[in-house]
Design a protein around this ligand. Structure first.
Ligand code: ADP
Ligand code: MG
Length: 683
């Protein structure tokens, strides 16, 4: 007896060769087969008679085979199968290449379905290479919406259809973990029906509904996981801090600039969190250059002044150094002890001792600060900059640094994560479900608007000449190399090296150039960035992994090669590397593409007011599949595809809240959650 958990090797259609291929796709059981979804459908649902066939149209006919034979095409190593078929309206020729075995199935006198497009072959109208199937009541490959699966590992859609279709009766064994009243309330399809309809839909309407239900499953589980996470943190205790207006107000008044409203609101939200004895878990999301650092400094100041420690973790050493400098400058009159701890710090042992003794108030460093041998005396606040560069585990490790207060109570620090990745609201709701979010949307006043231009190949030289003039005026230049789809480190180096050679030999021989890519050791990378920062090099050629967060005010020109291949939000982020100075900055988007869609997309960057708007636009114009950088979250395709559906995402959260509140988590949900936590990187 077959069941959902039956291993596919016990199906007689699965031999050793296919078994290996299916295993590669992670398909091990019948249930796995059911959850391997088609990505599109061939619409062969239109049944016509031979006399009504029109050239160029997709259709299905049912006809009797009058004659069928194989011939060899002498000039090529190909075989041609030709058949003549008839129904009661007429007769037509059908041809296939290289499928001589067909004559075994499609014998003279048999009735079969043929689905395909009518076209001319050697001046006669015929059906060439149609999908075929002997006539029966229920069709699989013809006469309907036919599923097309992503054809990987040499497994054809025809084979998968042949495998899956007869097993579909087993869908009734599927454990639909959603309560019926939820399905009714939100108009969601039954799970068994959804699986049937996603593989063999009756029509596109039902197929859409099926996808929606299956996407809902994933979204719901993600929401459930993040709500659980939130609950878990909420059960912990944190140090209840004070908000001392007499400290913060004069500090803000004495800053060399006026805080933007968004900065003020963000700081206010954070202060409201940390006066509670529940751990804060907040994400500060603001464009590059929007001034997140000063918000972090205000919070660190407040905490340090109350004699608790603050830890700040950055993804790179150079960024840690930069923050160390900024914190020291900004807090120089405050009698606060600040230290830098990275893997290359000298006198590390001594420093660690001082941290443990509580002699240091603010510790800034790379992941060196979450090592086991670093223990804090009374860590009340942890800040993670460029949080998307860290794994969940690293961030959690920082928050797990436990503080023991005098009366024996254990607390974990409040956590503030910062990121400059603008993402659409739907995505934020999905991956940041467990976090509270503060947004900084506006840039500080008085920033020069960066002049951005789309440059076609014929204007390249003119642009290079302009850049030469800029360098002669002691400006520095970033060159971003095209995105490499397969993100292969070797091809990446090749593209950077080629660009470097080209620019240093042919275009800018009189200047000093340097290059940066992912294959370099961290030390080498930092050295190159450091030299650029100190203006020892004029032009820095880099892959798209250009170091995050580093402030190089003198770099005022940026070239982005193959700009059309990047996401808008990403382009915008690159561009944020420049434009920090009073002098005018320039960003040149080089593109070879003339496609209208590309240009429309790129033009959005000239008009949009912030990164969030661009992220939304990108999602709309290109669709989720192309929304760059999303792969990093490890979200299932169905979830990605539903990122344009705010309603569905909200619904999934609502249901997850309801299930959690009423304690309705069942065994199936528990199992799924376990799998999910393995696969998805909840931010
Ligand atoms: P990011 O959000 O990318 O981390 P930073 O915190 O590095 O941005 O800030 C970028 C620059 O803007 C810094 O030089 C900082 O001093 C400056 N800055 C921050 N806030 C303001 C403000 N309100 N007005 C003017 N300049 C500001
Ligand atoms: Mg920053």
């Amino acid at each position: 007896m077959l069941s959902l958990s039956t291993k596919i090797e016990s199906l007689n259609k699965v031999g050793p060769a296919y078994l290996k291929k299916l295993h590669k796709l992670n398909i091990k059981t019948i249930q796995d087969l059911f959850f391997h979804f088609p990505h599109r459908y061939e619409d062969f649902s239109k049944r016509t008679s031979i006399s009504e066939l029109k050239e160029g149209e997709k259709a299905t006919i049912q006809a009797e085979i009058v004659e069928i034979k194989n011939t060899r095409l002498f000039h090529r190593k190909m075989s041609l199968t030709e058949a003549l078929v008839k129904d009661n309206t007429g007769m037509i020729k059908v041809t296939w290449f290289n499928q001589p075995y067909l004559i075994e199935t499609l014998k003279k006198g048999k009735i079969a379905n043929f689905s395909g497009k009518l076209s001319f072959y050697k001046k006669t109208l015929c059906l060439s290479n149609p999908v075929y199937e002997l006539a029966k009541k229920e069709t699989t490959h013809t006469g309907r919406l036919v599923p097309i699966y992503p054809e990987t590992e040499g497994i054809s859609s025809r084979y998968l259809r042949f495998l899956i279709k007869p097993l579909l009766y087993l869908t009734e064994q599927l454990d639909d973990f959603l309560p019926t009243q939820v399905k009714n309330k939100f108009n969601l399809m039954d799970l068994a029906q959804a699986i049937e309809q996603i593989h063999f839909p009756k029509n596109f309407l039902l197929e859409k509904k099926a996808r929606k239900r299956l996407a809902f499953n994933e979204l719901f589980l993600i929401q459930l996981a993040s709500l659980q996470q939130k609950q878990k943190i909420f059960k912990e205790k944190a140090i209840k801090l004070l908000f001392d207006k007499k400290l913060i107000k004069p500090f803000v008044d004495n800053l060399p600039f006026k805080l933007t409203d968004d900065q003020k609101i963000a700081a206010w939200e954070i202060f409201q969190d940390i006066v509670k004895n529940k751990p804060m878990n907040r994400l500060l999301n603001g464009d590059v250059g929007s001034g997140k650092t000063i918000v972090a400094i205000m919070v660190a100041l407040a905490v340090a002044k109350q004699k608790y420690q603050v830890a700040i973790m950055t993804p790179t050493e150079i960024l840690a150094k930069q923050h160390f400098q900024t914190f020291k400058d900004m807090l120089k009159n405050q009698k606060i002890k600040i230290a830098l701890l990275t893997s290359s710090s000298v006198k590390k042992a001594e420093l660690k001792k001082e941290i443990t003794q509580g002699k240091i108030d603010i510790i800034i460093g790379t992941h060196a600060i979450i090592q086991k041998d670093v223990s804090f005396k009374n860590l009340a606040m942890a800040i993670v900059d460029e949080q998307h560069r860290f794994g969940v585990a690293q961030r959690a490790a920082l928050q797990k640094k436990i503080c023991q207060i005098d009366d024996g109570l254990k607390t974990i620090p409040h956590l503030l994560s910062m990121t400059a990745t603008p993402i659409p609201r739907t995505l934020a709701l999905t991956i940041y479900g467990d976090l509270d979010i503060s947004l900084i949307k506006e840039l500080p006043k008085g920033r020069q608007k960066i002049i951005t231009k789309i440059v076609s190949p014929k204007n390249r030289d003119k642009t290079y000449n302009f850049i030469k003039e800029q360098i002669k005026e002691k400006r520095q230049v970033f060159v971003i190399c095209p995105l490499i789809e397969e993100s292969n480190k070797l091809t990446e180096i090749k593209s950077v090296t080629q660009e470097y050679e080209k620019l240093s030999k042919n275009v800018f021989p009189e200047f000093k150039l340097a290059m940066l890519h992912g294959k370099l050791k961290p030390k080498e990378k930092e050295k190159i960035m450091d030299e650029f920062k100190k203006a020892k090099t004029d032009i820095l050629i880099s892959t798209s992994v250009v170091e995050v967060g580093v402030d190089i005010p003198n770099a005022t020109v940026m070239i982005i090669e193959g700009a059309d291949r990047f996401g808008l939000a990403q382009l915008h982020q690159f561009r944020g590397r420049i434009g920090r100075e009073k002098v005018q900055s320039h960003c040149f988007l080089f593109t070879d593409s003339n496609a209208q869609k590309t240009n429309m997309r790129l033009k959005a960057i000239l008009t949009a007011k912030d990164g969030f708007e661009l992220a939304e636009k990108d999602l709309k114009i290109r669709g989720a599949g192309d929304f760059i950088g999303t792969r990093q979250w490890g979200l299932p395709d169905l979830v990605m595809a539903s990122l344009n559906d705010l309603e569905l995402i909200k619904k999934s959260r609502e249901v997850a809240e309801m299930i959690l509140k009423n304690n309705l988590i069942n065994q199936t949900m528990k199992l799924k959650l376990k799998d999910l936590n393995k696969d998805i990187h909840l931010e």
